[in-house]
Design a protein around this ligand. Structure first.
Ligand SMILES: [Mn+2]
Length: 393
């Protein structure tokens, strides 16, 4: 890549070397829509095989060294042994996602449910998830609640917030070491009238009350159309309350498509805010995760592609000439400032990324290398029989 100045190239190399993208165990399992879950050949039957697939993505990308679990989908007896399995495969277990939305008891909600017995059951599960984190060595507990109401008058909006706060406090008090609570928000669905954590403001208010261990996680698919997500990123970074991302793409609602597929420019704008706040570094405490499912496309190459998309957006964000941008902004040069950003975005970073991969001993084109490897055919042959893992929906 000859047209990138040496200093910019160094910035990209250094920035990308710290970028770690966590992949989701459920992204390797069968998934679909509320109409149909489609089975694919070679899909994992167990959480161990999901971890193996995450390890495959890491082997080809060198940038995805951890895999997130979803509990109870990935429940096992011995989490220490599961962590050992991950280590043997060259990855580690990352964020634990607590699932309190697939039990008949949760029809009217989980931690916000009007019945204290149901709330207790839900909180018990969240506390169990912290036990699991102790076993796996995970730092983050990611909480997304399907709680809400469908009809005006169905329940007290305010009382539900009180119940949520009480549950979160109990979970916060159970955390130890470097463990954190990441609170995720989502505009709507499955509830349609009110959602108990619908937006970053509500998530932020709870995290503020909870203190240092609690941060907001931004799922890029969980907003109203045209929401300026990079604005939310900038505000939360400024407040020290951004915990991480669930990257994916959306056209309509919570589509969970591959990150960078629907709007690569938005992904670039989000990563520009991260880079400008020097928050790419692993010690910045921002968790970069994918939260996707692959319903119509083969899963492992789709995850590889998503990791590459995040890397490309990050590389472009690192190419922004920050000195020129600051000067243009200071002098009120609107068009000049915009041009600095667009120059970076319009740069084809693929040759640079290919060269960096080769320097790291990786194939320059991870997708092509994956297809050449015959791995998919091997998985299809090896994973015959048994019951494929799925959503559990
Ligand atoms: Mn998510």
């Amino acid at each position: 890549m000859t047209d990138v100045p040496a200093a910019a190239r160094t910035r990209v190399v250094e920035g990308l070397s710290g970028l770690r993208i966590e992949t989701p165990s459920w992204g390797y399992a069968n998934s679909g829509t509320r109409f149909k879950v489609f089975a694919q050949p070679g899909v994992p039957r167990t959480v161990h095989e999901k971890i193996d697939d995450a390890a495959t993505v890491h082997r080809f990308t060198g940038a995805a060294p951890s895999v997130a679990l979803h509990i109870p989908w990935d429940a096992v007896e011995d989490y220490g042994a599961l962590a050992d399995h991950a280590t043997e495969r060259g990855v580690r277990i990352g964020t634990v996602n607590a699932n309190v939305f697939q039990d008949d008891a949760y029809r009217l909600g989980s931690v916000c449910h009007p019945d204290p017995a149901v709330r207790r059951k839900a909180v018990r599960h969240l506390l169990d998830c912290v036990d699991i984190m102790d076993g796996t060595g995970s730092r983050d507990l990611k909480l997304w609640f399907a709680d809400g109401t469908n009809y005006p008058g169905q329940d007290s909006i305010r009382r539900r917030q009180d119940r949520l706060a009480e549950a979160l406090r109990e979970v916060r008090d159970r955390l130890g070491g470097n463990q954190r609570l990441l609170l995720e928000y989502k505009l709507f669905e499955p509830a349609f009238y009110t959602t108990d954590v619908p937006d970053w403001g509500t998530a932020f208010a709870h995290c503020l009350e909870l203190g240092d261990r609690a941060r907001v996680v931004i799922d890029t698919g969980h907003h109203a159309p045209h929401t300026n997500i990079e604005f939310i990123v900038a505000v939360l970074l400024r407040l020290g309350k951004l915990g991480g991302f669930d990257f994916n793409s959306r056209f309509y609602a919570d589509d969970d498509l591959m990150a960078g597929a629907a709007d690569p420019f938005q992904l670039f704008r989000v990563l520009c805010e991260i880079v400008q706040a020097d928050a790419l570094r692993p010690d910045s405490g921002i968790a970069f995760m994918l939260d996707q499912c692959h319903n119509v496309e083969p899963k492992i190459p789709a995850v590889i592609r998503s990791v590459m998309n995040v890397q490309e957006a990050t590389a472009k964000a690192l190419l922004v000439d920050t000195a020129a941008l600051a000067e243009a902004q200071r002098s009120g040069d609107v068009l000049g400032a915009h041009a600095v950003l667009m120059d970076a975005y319009d740069t084809d970073v693929r040759p640079l990324l290919a060269a960096l991969r080769e320097d790291a001993g990786l194939a320059p084109d991870p997708i092509a290398a994956y297809h050449r490897s015959g791995h998919a055919d091997r998985l299809s042959a090896e994973r015959a029989g048994g019951r494929q893992a799925g959503w559990g929906a």
